[in-house]
Design a protein around this ligand. Structure first.
Ligand SMILES: NC(=O)c1ccc[n+]([C@@H]2O[C@H](COP(=O)([O-])OP(=O)(O)OC[C@H]3O[C@@H](n4cnc5c(N)ncnc54)[C@H](OP(=O)(O)O)[C@@H]3O)[C@@H](O)[C@H]2O)c1
Length: 329
């Protein structure tokens, strides 16, 4: 075994152990904590939300909760055929509410652009954008644009979508009803680092490290965007949330997934996993407040790298370069 292979093996091993330790620690933490959720059932009939991955897993439950509270929901979903039945069920169940799906592939900048064009044609505002869709620890794959899949889908795709929707968000936010952007991150972002010299893991790929990096990037971007938008005077608040450790198909690539049945009851249901994002999207006490990392419906301290302004600026510069964004920020 040569030196590069040994190094790759070492980092894979470190990434794997770190992610497992964090997952076990946060599972135990949530087992011994009282689960919190938004309790008031005020209706929000004039609000429109976009939920990426809004027809499956945690995203589907976010969609349900928003519909129950009277919010118009546009789901941004990848698979047309399987999603169709779920969408029909929602439309039947919440007859008086509006729910529509527009297809998006967050691994394709073209598809994201098309999604925003189609959304713009609907003539709706965007009061709440929930960047929820994601993939976890797949084998090395690249998106249509040549980005490592987790960094590309979880982070860059959502960064691009948010960037394209900023004019809509700025327009929708008012002093008494700010627009809100919520990145569904993860507690494992604490194990992340932003490897600017190898963001796509081409030199050394560890699926676990790439996942943790993609979630750290989401938290970092949320804090940077909130600061920039606030400085500009826009009524748009940006935060990141941890949904908890939730049983869902996100774990399909985990080695223990197929024989982990007995551990499943220890995890949150997808309905519980949706509570923190719904809280961040609707809670009255968060009006005008952003730049937060929210865990179990309470602000928590994120990974210190995410609050470091030099790290934020470097990430944003690199993000703009990769996405071809021209911005004076
Ligand atoms: N489950 C957990 O314990 C946990 C913990 C922390 C954070 N999270 C985060 O919570 C979010 C939701 O995860 P989940 O547990 O609900 O997982 P899930 O059930 O696997 O749902 C993931 C969603 O992302 C969508 N998606 C994947 N690739 C996409 C792409 N290229 N373009 C558009 N959509 C895409 C999927 O669509 P298709 O089904 O059509 O592929 C699906 O709707 C993720 O961001 C995840 O990282 C989950």
């Amino acid at each position: 075994m040569g030196l590069p292979a040994l190094r790759a093996f070492y980092w894979r091993f470190i990434g794997y152990i770190l992610l497992e330790i964090l997952a076990v620690y946060f599972t135990l933490k949530q087992l011994f904590s009282k689960h919190s959720k938004l309790t008031h059932s005020k209706t929000h009939r004039n609000l429109t939300a976009i939920v990426t991955g809004g027809l499956k897993g945690i995203g589907l439950e976010i969609t349900r909760q928003l519909l129950q509270r009277g919010v118009t929901v546009i789901t941004a979903s990848l698979k047309k055929d399987t999603d169709h039945d779920t969408l029909k069920d929602l439309q039947t169940k919440y007859k008086d509410k509006i729910v529509t799906n527009l297809t998006i592939n967050l691994g394709s900048l073209d598809s994201i652009k098309k999604f925003v064009e189609q959304f713009t044609d609907l003539g709706l505002p965007v009061n709440i954008l929930i960047c929820n869709a994601g993939v976890m620890i797949p084998p090395y794959m690249e998106t249509e644009d040549g980005f490592e899949s987790q960094f590309g889908i979880n982070y860059l795709g959502h960064a691009y979508l948010t960037h394209l929707l900023l004019p809509h968000l700025r327009k929708a936010g008012t002093p008494d009803c700010w627009a809100r952007v919520i990145f569904v991150a993860s507690s494992v972002h604490y194990g992340g680092e932003l490897r600017f010299e190898d963001l796509h893991g081409r030199v050394c790929y560890s699926p676990e490290r790439s996942y943790m990096q993609s979630k750290l990037a989401c938290v970092t971007l949320a804090l940077l965007l909130d600061r920039r938008l606030r400085a500009e005077g826009a009524a748009v608040a940006v935060s990141a949330v941890d949904p908890g450790v939730v049983r869902s198909s996100l774990y399909q690539f985990a080695q223990w997934y197929h024989f982990s049945g007995p551990a499943w009851p220890l995890l949150l249901t997808t309905a519980q996993g949706s509570d923190c994002a719904v809280f961040a999207g609707l809670a009255g006490q968060l009006e005008g407040r952003g730049g937060l990392y929210i865990e179990n419906c309470k602000p928590a301290a994120p990974n210190p790298l995410a609050t470091d302004q030099l790290v934020q600026e470097t990430l944003w510069r690199e993000t703009k370069r990769l996405l071809g964004i021209e911005s004076t920020w």
